[in-house]
Design a protein. Structure first.
Length: 283
């Protein structure tokens, strides 16, 4: 195990999966078929939730994984054990993707320790519910954009020199970008920016043979929402307003990331997949 840790003050978010009950379902549902053999993936926000499920599935399909996370060391250690349990190499790197210098160090360590970089998954995010737009402080607004979209730019800028033809970038956007969210104004706005970033970056990199796509999950049972990402009174009905009638599980989202990371999606770039419980969106 290689573990780089930076001291970071932790607030309630994004929360510890180890403290969540019931536990999210991260386990891959099927045997691997070698679709990522020999690849190295860097996944931000990989300690828990969707990021953990993606790391587990990528490892089952043959990839070594760099696990980036903020400060949930127990969750990150569990994800490392999951990846290594699939017979793959894993490193854990703690830090803030909103800091450009950290993104550069994380990519450099990934290449140094794992030998290369083929797949970048931008997944780390934060959200803070507010009833009124006037309740959103300047600090919160800047912080949400710093993590959710600046961090994506910083990670791509750091990773770009190491991505060769056949490389893949997958960004996490959200159903809130398409249908809106009255109490997540700043978060939904960053997800709109991520969607535009995805299509524009695809146009920028496609001639270099690097595909860029995105996944727009609906309400998924991860630590982000119950540990402050939604008002406590909203949690009993979380996800029940989807056509399927329940929140999704991380292992129901991870296959979308796998599809976009491997050669199955070789004719797709600039696109968004929608594992959202049946909500119809235009885009």
């Amino acid at each position: 195990m290689t573990k780089t840790v930076q001291p970071i003050h932790e607030d309630a978010l994004p929360g510890h999966e180890s403290k969540l009950d019931p536990k999210p379902e991260w386990e891959p549902r099927y045997p691997g078929s070698g679709r990522l053999n020999g690849k190295v993936a860097l996944i931000t926000g990989a300690d828990s939730g969707i990021g953990r499920a993606v790391a587990a599935l990528f490892a089952r399909e043959g990839a070594d994984v760099a696990i980036l996370y903020l400060c949930e060391h127990d969750d990150a250690e569990k994800t490392r054990q999951i990846v290594e349990g699939e017979g793959r190499r894993a490193i854990t790197i703690a830090g803030d993707v909103g800091e450009k210098a950290f993104c550069e160090r994380a990519v450099a360590e990934t290449v140094q320790q794992l030998g290369r970089l083929d797949i970048l998954v931008n997944n780390a995010a934060e959200q803070h519910p507010d009833e009124e737009i006037t309740d959103i402080s300047e600090e919160q607004l800047r912080r949400t954009f710093q993590t959710n979209i600046f961090g994506y730019f910083f990670m791509v800028q750091a990773a770009r020199p190491h991505l060769d033809r056949g490389g893949a970038i997958i960004n996490s956007t959200s159903v809130t970008m398409y249908k809106g969210s009255k109490n997540l104004l700043d978060y939904a706005s960053t997800k709109g920016a991520i969607t535009a970033f995805t299509s524009s970056l695809s146009e920028n990199l496609i001639e270099s043979g690097i595909r860029v796509n995105a996944v727009a999950p609906g309400p998924i049972w991860t630590p982000l929402n119950p540990f402050g990402g939604q008002p406590p009174e909203a949690m009993p009905d979380f996800g029940k307003n989807t056509p399927i009638g329940r929140p999704g599980q991380p292992n129901e989202v991870a296959p979308s990331f796998l599809f976009l990371a491997c050669e199955d999606s070789s004719y797709m770039s600039g696109q968004v997949l929608h594992p959202n419980g049946g909500t119809i969106v235009n885009g």
